[in-house]
Design a protein. Structure first.
Ligand code: 5RP
Length: 156
């Protein structure tokens, strides 16, 4: 799978560890930076990576900052992106099986690399339960909100 990755300074080190793990698993990573621990502004990196997912250049995104929510705030403002902050594998599993998210956000100040890799593994390997109407109905309702409030990438 093609994965867009991005981070700020606080997620830089964990981004690199996750990137190495994904590449080991045979995935292709498009790395949108940042490229050091020098202080930077999260939107400068998460927005271009989010656009890559929205435009279909990557199938999914994995974004890392200090605590995760900043990346999710940015990603969830883009049409077609559904981002969840997951700091444990159970949450990551449900973010796929119940919610069909296509963006995973992790906080490098919250979890260490061992748990983070478990989170990534759970999120990457869990299928959406597309044959369970209670989940598809909810996901469709979220999509409908997005259709009503977010501009499509082709309209920008
Ligand atoms: O977690 C974050 C957003 O969700 C950021 O990484 C955090 O706010 C960065 O803070 P600082 O510049 O003080 O390192």
């Amino acid at each position: 799978m093609k994965i867009a990755m991005a981070s700020d300074h606080a997620g830089f080190s964990l981004k690199n560890e996750i990137k190495a793990y994904l590449e080991e698993q045979g995935h292709e990573v498009l790395d949108f930076g940042t490229n050091s621990e020098e202080s930077c502004d999260l939107p400068d990196y998460i927005y271009p990576a989010s656009l890559a997912v929205a435009e279909g250049k990557a199938e999914r995104g994995i974004f890392v900052d200090g605590v995760g929510y900043g990346s999710a705030m940015i990603a969830n403002k883009i049409h077609g992106l559904y981002a969840a902050v997951c700091q444990d594998p159970f949450c990551a599993q449900l973010a796929r099986s119940h919610s069909n998210t296509n963006v995973l956000c992790i906080g490098g100040k919250i979890i260490g690399s061992a748990i983070a890799l478990e989170v990534v593994k759970a999120w990457m390997t869990t299928e959406y339960l597309s044959d369970m109407p209670k989940y598809t109905l909810r996901v469709d309702k979220v999509k409908e909100i997005s259709e009503r409030h977010l501009k499509k990438i082709s309209e920008i």
